[in-house]
Write a protein that binds this ligand. Structure first.
Ligand SMILES: *Cc1c(COP(=O)(O)O)cnc(C)c1O
Length: 356
């Protein structure tokens, strides 16, 4: 091998084991009515990763195919992961665990509710064990909590793999590296020469994977993440660390330097999981216009960020827009009260939601 030479696709490290469960490729569909409603000059598309399958596991499924592949390769019988009480990632892990015959334990941030709802209800239905921790303890003690849980499973004779929050480690990143190749084929098929791809960013693995994958497969697109928590500085650091690790291990991401990390900050709202009114209005608009359901935690905030930035001329008008629908519909139900209020007649006449 010539060390000075750029990695070519054939010289990459081999892909790690993957348990194929997702229905791929997911559709790339036009959203022409929404495009017209929003007055966007560019063509607007949606990449339907909400249809990846396994009970609406969304973007987490692409990552978990590799994470469970690693668990099986390491002869684990259990997986342990963590997140908020309504974490889509935790529920997806629980469902896949049941599907594949792994015990699953979820270390959750927040109080045990009297009656489970949404993602938590489903995770418990498929048999995941759960432990609940106050936010402060979770924030300060998470590594210890996970380690203790793993030791507990090992005492019971089960080897356990700990999956980090959002499934965003080097294994999980593979899911969106490969999704970039899928998107390249989508774009070629639809005659899209160049694109702006917008996704929701919660733990950064989806965005990091797409950036590394865009470099690896020469995808003619720029990747933008709308952070739904933390801020731009936090994710610039996190994703840059992910990309450095990826490059050191696998190569092929030379084109993915810091300048490739594009964060659209200012749309996280008052807190993680809490959406301001314009996001709810946009959720209603998209539902009525395209029959597409977004959620208030991730995809609603992300699309709102995209719409606002498009109005400000942030995107290249020669590039078509591709919004990644990453799933998350069960996050809507625990917030049914808020949605219901938004849908009442007194609110109905407010027509053109975002920006008002
Ligand atoms: C987890 C999640 C995201 C964020 O993906 P990350 O890779 O964690 O940044 C986006 N949308 C939905 C619906 C999610 O569940």
């Amino acid at each position: 091998m010539n060390p000075g030479k750029r990695h070519s696709p054939t010289s990459f490290a081999p892909e790690p084991p993957r348990l194929p469960l997702a229905q791929l490729p997911t559709p790339l569909a036009p959203m022409s009515r929404l495009q017209a409603q929003l007055g966007l000059a560019q063509r607007l598309w949606v990449k339907r990763d909400d249809l990846s399958g396994v009970l609406g596991s969304g973007n987490k499924l692409r990552k978990l195919e590799y994470l469970f592949g690693a668990a099986r390769a390491q002869h684990c019988q259990a997986v342990i992961t963590c997140g908020g009480v309504q974490s889509n990632h935790c529920r997806a892990t629980a469902v896949l665990g049941a599907r594949l015959g792994f015990a699953v334990h979820l270390v959750l941030r927040g109080r045990r509710p009297a009656v489970a709802d949404g993602n938590l209800l489903l995770a418990q239905l498929v048999g995941a064990a759960t432990s609940f921790h106050a936010p402060q303890e979770y924030r300060e003690q998470l590594p210890r909590l996970l380690k203790e849980k793993r030791a507990e499973y090992e005492r019971r004779g089960m080897k356990a793999l700990v999956i980090p929050i959002g499934g965003s480690d080097l294994s999980g990143m593979w899911g969106y590296v490969r999704a970039a190749e899928e998107l390249r084929q989508d774009m070629a098929r639809e005659g899209i020469e160049a694109a702006e791809i917008i996704c929701a960013t919660g733990s950064g693995g989806t965005q990091a994977g797409l950036i590394a994958g865009a470099a690896r497969y020469q995808l003619p697109a720029r990747i933008w993440g709308v952070n739904v928590c933390e801020d731009a500085r936090y994710f610039e650091r996190k994703i840059s660390a992910d990309l450095e690790q990826w490059q050191a291990r696998h190569g092929g991401a030379e084109g993915a330097g810091k300048e490739a990390i594009r964060i659209l900050d200012a749309y996280a709202g008052p807190a993680y999981g809490v959406a301001p009114r314009p996001v709810w209005q946009l959720i209603r608009l998209v539902a009525r216009t395209e029959g597409l359901v977004l959620d208030p935690v991730y995809t609603g905030k992300a699309l709102y960020g995209m719409v606002e930035e498009a109005r400000r001329g942030r995107f290249d008008p020669r590039r078509e827009m591709i919004f990644l629908h990453s799933g998350g519909v069960y996050g809507l139900f625990p917030q049914r009260q808020r949605l219901w209020e938004e849908m009442q007649p007194s609110h109905r006449d407010i027509r053109n939601a975002p920006g008002n």
